[in-house]
Design a binder for this molecule. Structure first.
Ligand code: HSE
Length: 413
């Protein structure tokens, strides 16, 4: 029997405890022994909870118990979660987490610590919820040289963008629903402003390119500036708007960023809706691989955490190589150097736009009559530029064209 402790009994922690209980027979059949939740640590009281007898209020009980082989950190954040993770690893216990903030900020240190103690630090659930992503990238695709990873990595924002477009929901109603479903972070700003996506793409980039990319090295824009009009203009041009995290090799560096993109309706990612996430990985042997599935939610996340618990239980005496090393300064390239076409919405007149940008594709021609009339009243133009880098587009806009919206258009992949 393997004894484990679960730190934090929120959405993720309670999902893990319930899954381990529900599928206990199948899980022990697969790994050849039982997994027993011996403790649940939470400072809150959960009167009447079926696992009430397992609750403890002090971490010392867990870290000082030599029977505990695996600790599941489901506290979140980088305060107590960091301290308890370090102390668990130092005590020779493997740690499993869904905490992307902790992995993105402190991953290389914690991986190093786990290695020195010959235990595992596993974080499958930190990116893409229930989608198998970390292990396929670290193991199945490890023979490839990865050139690019990009994808929809946040269920809450994808849910909001989809509901606004398909269900005519307001931003606030869609956010409320995502919160009710347990998808959103406790502070939804991290979802809406792209920080959650940023942490996840940094983890994937670190794993794929072997060096730690920190969130403050990845310029991040969220969805608060995406309007319904942008979605309609994009649609008239044959595109959806999705929040993407992207990591692309640039020589021996990697450019990582998060921003809303226009994606062709012919691209598979454009059909990834609501809470689903989808990640495209491009390797020099495999070509393009798309992994998609539920990117958030209690039980999909519990599925990934429980898979890691089973993996750690099977490898209690063997290190799994899932990780990366520290990066030299300057490993992160400036994403402004990346070329793309750009979507611009502006009040500037067409003749001026064409004078400054040359040949462009205007969206207005594809709109319905009603939209065109209201557009004409607003004197608004939207267009797609030729393929230029981020510095060039800003330089051209500085010729008196104020962009109310400016998004990259994902190229052909
Ligand atoms: N808030 C996150 C999301 C949860 O919406 O994707 C899963 O990481």
């Amino acid at each position: 029997m393997i004894n484990i402790a679960v730190l934090g009994y929120g959405t993720v922690g309670s999902g893990v405890v319930s899954l381990l209980d529900k599928n206990a027979a199948s899980i022990s059949g697969k790994i050849g022994q039982d997994i027993k939740v011996k403790y649940i640590l939470d400072i809150r009281d959960f009167g009447g909870d079926p696992f009430g007898s397992l609750f403890v209020k002090t971490f010392d009980t867990i870290v000082n118990d030599p029977q505990i082989a695996i600790v599941v950190e489901a506290i979140g954040g980088t305060g107590a979660a960091l301290e308890y993770t370090r102390r668990s690893l130092e005590a020779g216990k493997s740690v499993i987490t869904s905490n992307k903030e902790l992995v993105a900020e402190h991953g290389s240190d914690l991986i190093k610590l786990a290695m020195s103690k010959e235990v595992n630090y596993l974080f499958e659930a930190s990116v893409g919820g229930g989608i198998p992503l970390i292990r396929p990238l670290a193991e199945c695709l490890s023979a490839n040289i990865i050139s690019e990873i990009y994808g929809i990595l946040n269920g809450t924002t994808n849910y909001i963008l989809t509901s606004m477009k398909k269900d005519n929901a307001s931003f606030d109603d869609a956010l409320f629903k995502a919160q009710q479903e347990g998808y959103a972070e406790s502070d939804p700003t991290a979802d809406i402003e792209g920080h959650d996506t940023c942490r996840k793409i940094c983890i994937l980039a670190s794993l794929a390119f072997g060096r730690h990319i920190y969130p403050n090295e990845a310029p991040t824009t969220g969805i608060s500036n995406v309007s319904i009009s942008d979605m309609l203009y994009a649609k008239s041009l044959g595109y959806e708007i999705k929040l993407l995290g992207r990591a692309k090799a640039v020589g021996d560096k990697v450019a990582v960023y998060v921003a809303p993109h226009l994606i062709s309706t012919l691209h598979t990612l454009s059909g990834i809706n609501y809470v689903m996430n989808g990640v495209m990985i491009r390797g020099n042997a495999v070509g393009s691989v798309l992994l998609c599935g539920p990117g958030a939610g209690k039980m999909p996340t519990a599925s990934a955490v429980a898979g890691d618990i089973m993996n750690a239980a099977k490898h209690l005496k063997a290190r799994k190589w899932i990780g990366w090393s520290d990066a030299d300064k300057g490993f992160a390239a400036d994403p402004e150097l990346l070329d793309s076409a750009w979507y611009i919405r502006t009040d500037a007149p067409r003749d001026k736009i064409e004078r400054v940008f040359g040949s462009v594709i205007f969206a207005n021609d594809g709109l319905s009559d009603a939209d065109r009339i209201s557009n004409a009243k607003n004197a608004e133009n939207t267009f797609i530029t030729s393929v230029i880098n981020g510095s060039k587009v800003d330089e051209l806009l500085s010729h008196g064209i104020f962009a109310k919206s400016k998004f990259r258009v994902l190229g052909d992949h």
